[in-house]
Write a protein that binds this ligand. Sequence first.
Ligand SMILES: Cc1cc2nc3c(=O)[nH]c(=O)nc-3n(C[C@H](O)[C@H](O)[C@H](O)COP(=O)(O)OP(=O)(O)OC[C@H]3O[C@@H](n4cnc5c(N)ncnc54)[C@H](O)[C@@H]3O)c2cc1C
Length: 379
Amino acid sequence: MYDAIIVGARVAGSPAAMLLARRGHRVLVLERATFPSDTFSTHFITAPGTALLQRWGALEQLEKRGVPIFDHVLLNVAGNVINTREVFGPTQVCSPRRTDLDVTLRDMAAEAGAEVRMGSSVTEVLFDDAGRATGVRVRDADGNVTEESASVVVGADGRSGIVGRSVNPEPRDEHEIRGSGLYAYFDGFDYVTESAGMLDGAFVFAFPTGPRSACIGTEIDRSHDDAVHADPAAVFYERIAADPDLERRVRAATRNGRWHSGDLQAGWFRHASGQGWALVGDAVCLKDPLLGHGITDSFVGAELLAAAIDEGLSSGNLDAALARYDEALWRHLRPIYEASRDAALSFDKSGDDLFAAFMPAQMLIQEELAMVQAGGPTL
Ligand SMILES: Cc1cc2nc3c(=O)[nH]c(=O)nc-3n(C[C@H](O)[C@H](O)[C@H](O)COP(=O)(O)OP(=O)(O)OC[C@H]3O[C@@H](n4cnc5c(N)ncnc54)[C@H](O)[C@@H]3O)c2cc1C
């Protein structure tokens, strides 16, 4: 019997496992995928998330892997370039590929003492007669099926994960997502730092993932999906043409691999816990990626969840601690969740209007950074 079974080993699951194992708890992590592997995501980690990586000791590991760390972002607002260092002062940010980030966090969870089983797919969440989650049924890579039990089952299994589907939590908020992502990886790309552009009808970005390599793309309104499917390169180059310097540097670089595109359609904030279960990451808070804050939210959630499970197991009142986690998660993530939802209502507008929608959330992100620097999220 484990203290916690965590389903999913990426940016929500591995930090939660690492933080629980560091507190001496017996943790089992079950991950269907094998690493290194990518997910549909564009990698920018905002300053509070980067600060948490530093606190955990992960930023150092990422730097050793060649991930560049910066102290500012260049924002191109309809042709006017803003350096965030001049607005907010220097704040560390980075954009590691998930093949670096998720591997680093998974390895740190294992080093902390969590048992991590890759290629292991949870096929069922088990409940007792009173409706309490008690464990999972899992199939390993060889097809062997076993049952594992724990005091708490954590769904860190993403937006369509089995834990969320099994416990069917009440939504606190649901909304339509208008944005659609289109990006590719490029080698031989000349960059100075992280950059994002609010251009007429499109949000564009170039996020360095390694020495002279970057994830470069655009977010546009979902109504253009047919054009994206027909010719993604044409849509991409048409959008970045409004930033001639970026276009020149992208054309001088070499695309490595295919175009990635898709949309989320719907976002939500769900209740995050119940009898013997908890959700963290996209499983509980799903939103438009415009602000690049899903990874940071997953980290903040992992901090809160580990604190709650630790408190619940120590006090003997796990359900009360998990209920505190549910409220604390909403309190911490709600402002930026609502700002993301409201900023991403439409992409078919001018660069200045996109910037006006984008900026309020940047102020909230600075407040969140101050919270992390002051000791981190609390229950
Ligand atoms: C286009 C796009 C761009 C984005 N860009 C950014 C960005 O720049 N910055 C940012 O911060 N966020 C971004 N996001 C959001 C970010 O990717 C997510 O918030 C983040 O990946 C959520 O992490 P997670 O660990 O909760 O879930 P996931 O990354 O989805 O991981 C869930 C894991 O659970 C595993 N799993 C699922 N089911 C099972 C099962 N039954 N058994 C075992 N394992 C299972 C999966 O294999 C997977 O590895 C973007 C999202 C999209 C769609």
